[in-house]
Design a protein around this ligand. Structure first.
Ligand SMILES: *Cc1c(COP(=O)(O)O)cnc(C)c1O
Length: 493
């Protein structure tokens, strides 16, 4: 299998696509063709890890079988997930299922991919590089999941920058207590955009690149533009279909919907690829928060980022430029010149509009709507009342948008709602949603205990233990000192 940039530059093999992360022309590596699944054959696969191996072999044709097995085993067979089959599927009613993607070490869905990516990267890196240096700017979940994924992985070092006052208390604790010889974390005095643009500047500065190359490093990124992050996410869509089929909840070939809380469009794009591979999917439902740029696009064909940016209670979806949308545009048009034009319009004008027939193709597979913070809180409460099921704010956006979908379409297709974070990651917001703001003034760590006392839902061990862990990364630095921090850390260690 070869990979082509969405903006048309030369094709590469999987390993090169993975270690480069992004193509030289700024485009995203995408498979030149999507392999079809033999649905008879996959029915006999008995574990999540084995399904992952099977799917990876279709895409990573320049890896050996042993290399793939090693990556999967390291990620999925060493007790890092608290459930044997990596993800959980809960039946809430005969037609409604919750796909729990938060059973990994950091309790966010990003673990499913970020536990695998470091091993894929290690096997893809050319040997003339001593080490990969992974730089991450994070607004919360990605940073921690990347740190856990790369922790103590040989030939890698990871540096994470977060806005010192811009992440939740649980998220900050998760990062400042991070263990591992090769992990480095600093808060910066600034917001997420400052962290992000600082990292981008370092990535593209000739001086920075030369400096670290002289020390034997090369820069790479762990964010969802890397195909190595997309691939592991395809697996759980296929797994869900197989689990429902085996349980008799659907019949052979029966179509299902997936509702996906969406930010950067990485997760839902993996679902689209599963559909192209032959999994019977009716609609992929984009669930946005009030930063509804993607849901609006799916409804109108106009992608318009010229709008106000809102901070919400589902912060991992506070995004105005959804980078993986570029892959969707390429997959539906297979026309890199057109994709280039859309992206140029977005950069220079702040918007682009797709043609009527492109929109029609997208709407064949996608539907979208959004949820305000008040509607999200309501949704947390309703889902708990109706099903006794506790959901985090991101996943609650999913349930709320699904209700809107049903009202507007009367579609009764069986539906799986993706659960992207454990509710205890956002315990204070969840607690206040359930009790109408009664606990607005409490300490965020106290919220864990109260939420447990009120619901009986267990607090995950890794969150409970955060308060007793030593702070290993106390640094808070000026935003123009990021590269100095990196140099200091990679020189000393
Ligand atoms: C990252 C994240 C999302 C958004 O996923 P995308 O792949 O960026 O669309 C949703 N929910 C949570 C909890 C996340 O961490």
């Amino acid at each position: 299998m070869r990979y082509i940039s969405t903006r048309g530059s030369k094709e590469v093999q999987a390993k090169e696509a993975i270690y480069r992360g992004i193509a030289e022309d700024g485009g995203l590596y995408t498979p030149v063709s999507i392999p079809s699944l033999d649905t008879e054959e996959i029915k006999n696969i008995d574990s999540y890890a084995n399904l992952a191996k099977y799917i990876f072999e279709l895409y990573l044709t320049d890896f050996t079988k042993e290399e793939i097995a090693d990556c999967i085993d390291r990620a999925y067979s060493r007790g890092r997930f608290d459930t044997k089959d990596i993800v959980g599927i809960k039946k809430l009613s005969p037609g409604l299922f919750a796909l729990e993607l938060w059973h990994g070490p950091t309790y966010a869905f990003k673990d499913v991919a970020l536990q695998v990516l470091p091993h894929l990267l290690l096997k893809s890196m050319p040997s003339f590089y001593k080490q990969a240096l992974i730089l991450v700017a994070t607004s919360g979940d990605t940073g921690k999941a990347a740190l856990e994924g790369f922790k103590d992985v040989e030939r890698t070092k990871i540096v994470v920058f977060y806005p010192s006052e811009g992440v939740s208390d649980v998220q900050k604790r998760q990062m400042t207590t991070q263990e591992g010889r090769n992990t480095f974390v600093a808060g910066i005095k600034g917001n997420f955009d400052d962290a992000q643009s600082g990292v981008k500047e370092i990535f593209t500065s000739k001086k920075c690149i030369d400096t670290i190359e002289n020390l034997g490093f090369f820069f790479t990124s762990a964010n969802s533009i890397n195909f190595g992050r997309l691939l592991p996410q395809i697996v759980y869509y296929i797994w869900s279909y197989l689990v429902l089929l085996k349980a008799g909840d659907i019949s052979e070939g029966e179509k299902i919907n997936f509702v996906v809380p969406t930010g950067n469009f990485g997760n839902i794009l993996a679902g689209f690829i599963a559909k192209l591979m032959g999994i019977p999917i009716n609609k992929l439902i984009v669930a946005s928060n009030i930063n509804s740029v993607v849901a609006d696009f799916v409804r109108t064909g106009l992608y318009d980022r010229r709008r106000k940016f809102y901070k919400t209670i589902s912060p991992s979806m506070d995004i105005l430029v959804a980078s993986n949308l570029e892959r969707l545009l390429y997959l539906v048009t297979r026309d890199s010149e057109r994709v280039k034009k859309y992206m140029l319009d977005l950069k220079t004008e702040g918007y682009f509009k797709v043609e009527e027939e492109v929109l029609k193709d997208i709407q064949e597979s996608f539907w979208g709507d959004f949820s305000t913070d008040d509607q999200t809180r309501n949704s947390i409460k309703t889902i708990y009342r109706e099903y006794g099921y506790l959901v985090d704010p991101h996943s609650a956006v999913g349930f709320d948008v699904y209700t809107k979908y049903q009202k507007q379409t009367s579609d009764n297709t069986k539906t799986v709602v993706l659960q992207t974070a454990n509710p205890y990651k956002f315990a204070k917001d969840v607690l206040n949603a359930l009790f109408d703001g009664e606990y607005n003034n409490i300490d965020p760590f106290e919220a864990l205990e109260i939420l447990y006392a009120k619901t009986g839902v267990e607090v995950p061990e890794g969150i409970k233990s955060l308060l007793s862990k030593p702070i290993l990364h106390p640094d808070v630095i000026e935003k123009d000192k990021m590269f100095d921090f990196i140099l200091e850390k990679i020189r000393d260690n």
